[in-house]
Design a protein around this ligand. Structure first.
Ligand code: UGA
Length: 459
């Protein structure tokens, strides 16, 4: 089938490449000429395991095209996926300007029945706004209603995780399709069902519902997962006070199938481009409807506290003035297997340590240069403090004569270090582990002062 994807960000690229791999002819549109030029040179602007090969293979096979040509992109397909960004506005609500601009462009050029598929995470009611834009533009272009091409807007939220996006797309738990129950909606739904046939071979994964429920489902899923994390982080801080071990508690409750094991890891707080933004946007939607979402507000507040919890442990050990002290930092990205620094807990950690006068030796397998870019922005008038922040090539290089090691991301490479080498390199054998990577007993036996999250350690 012919498919157009508008927006070659993370979601658009993965969707485009995976649909092309199934044999569809996919046209990816982006107005960013630099990005399209990069993609046409075979360079992938984001780090995502497996995505580069997938793009290369499908470009070579002629099934995947990247272009800035709006007219050609609209002419290419009856199915137009909108996968543009919805950055948070100042008040936390999702900014729809790119989504609505995409709708306008479709309506300006289409001459056939079109299914506009909202793939971007958009608040409840957005499909109606998109439909209004399409309706308005088309009515202007075709004053005679009988000549006017039909359209429908379908909500098809994505549930990809960064670092596992290709796998998540190819083996989805569910495909949510929110469609109107009028003839256009049904026609659009039939086209999408056909597109998604390969995912439903052994087991029907498609859930069809009304548009608003589909839009809501996406926020509800992310809000539920964020709630589980904040809940565990809150319990972890209590566990530290009462002398319980949150890891054992996690295993104890996760074994109940009603609870399950996923997303129960205490840590330095959730980051990334989705949970922080979507929790805020849902809170904002509640406010717009006169409903204060108390649980989600608490989820957000606990997360903000959690992001500073590791540094608080450093202060508890060394005091608030860290002048003359150096710390190693393992992990910068908001999670492993990505170079994404959006809302990464490491940003807060770095800022607080630098403001307290410390020097930092930081390691991350891939996020280093992206980290420097965002830190300049975070530190703003204190950007000169970046003199005290050095990126190092190997994990062990971040340990040279340091007063302690902080761990912010659970990259595999940090899981089984050579403890003797670690101890020999450090000035003080102290580890502040924000990801609970190590067994406290082992750390005790290795003579480390080990501070983890919600565990019985050196505290
Ligand atoms: C998340 C959802 O998991 C996806 O289903 C969704 O499609 C995506 O958002 C989106 O809306 O686009 P992602 O942000 O890529 O995916 O990353 P996650 O693996 O969910 O992790 C989010 C954050 O939660 C990370 O900072 C991670 O370290 C943290 N986390 C996760 C925990 O602190 N504890 C856990 O147990 C799990």
């Amino acid at each position: 089938m012919n498919v157009t994807i508008i927006g070659t960000g993370y979601v658009g690229l993965v969707t485009g490449a995976c649909l092309a791999d199934l044999g569809n002819n996919v046209f990816c549109l982006d107005l960013d000429e630099k990005k399209i030029a990069m993609l046409n040179r075979g360079e992938v602007p984001i780090y995502e395991p497996g995505l580069g090969e997938l793009i290369e293979r499908n470009v070579e096979a002629g099934r995947l095209t990247f272009s800035t040509d709006v007219e050609a992109s609209v002419a290419h397909a009856a199915i137009q996926f909108v996968a543009v960004g919805t950055p948070p506005d100042e008040d936390g609500s999702a900014d729809l300007k790119y989504v609505l601009a995409a709708a306008r462009n479709i309506a300006k050029h289409t001459n056939q029945f079109t299914v506009v598929v909202d793939k971007s995470t958009v608040p409840v009611g957005t499909a109606e706004k998109v439909a209004a834009v399409l309706q308005g533009e088309l009515a202007e272009r075709f004053p005679d209603a009988l000549q006017r091409p039909g359209f429908t807007v379908i909500s098809n939220p994505e549930f990809l995780k960064e670092g596992a996006a290709v796998e998540d797309f190819t083996r989805p738990d569910r495909i949510i399709l929110g469609a109107d129950s009028d003839p256009m909606g049904e026609k659009g739904l039939a086209l999408l069902r056909q597109l998604y046939v390969p995912f439903n071979r052994n087991h029907e994964r498609t859930r069809v519902m009304d548009v608003r429920s589909a839009e809501f489902t996406k926020y509800a899923a992310n809000a539920m997962l964020a709630t589980r994390i904040s809940f565990m982080n809150e319990l972890a801080s209590l566990a530290e006070l009462v002398g319980a071990d949150i890891e054992l508690v996690r295993q104890g409750i996760g074994s109940d199938p009603r609870i399950g094991y996923s997303f129960l890891y205490a840590g330095t707080g959730y980051g990334g481009s989705c949970f922080p933004k979507d929790v805020k946007a849902l809170i904002r939607t509640g406010e717009e409807h006169g409903r204060k979402l108390k649980i989600l507000q608490a989820v957000e507040d606990v997360n903000a506290d959690q992001k500073t919890s590791l540094v608080k442990k450093v202060f508890a050990r060394y005091g608030r003035d860290l002048t003359g002290r150096t710390f190693g930092l393992w992990g910068l990205a908001f999670k492993p297997n990505t170079d994404d620094m959006r809302d990464a807990p490491s940003r807060m950690i770095i800022k607080e340590l630098l403001l307290a006068g410390a020097r930092i030796l930081a390691h991350d397998p891939i996020a280093g240069s992206e980290a420097l870019r965002v830190l300049r922005y975070d530190l703003n008038e204190w950007a000169h403090l970046l003199e005290n922040f050095s990126l190092v090539a190997k994990p062990v290089d971040a340990l040279s004569a340091v007063d302690g090691l902080l761990i912010a991301t659970e990259w595999k490479v940090y899981r089984s270090p050579n403890w003797n080498a670690v101890k020999n390199a450090m000035k003080h054998p102290i580890i502040f582990d924000g990801r609970n990577l190590y067994d406290p007993e082992t750390m005790r036996a290795e003579a480390f002062d080990y501070f983890a999250v919600g565990r019985r350690t050196a505290m």
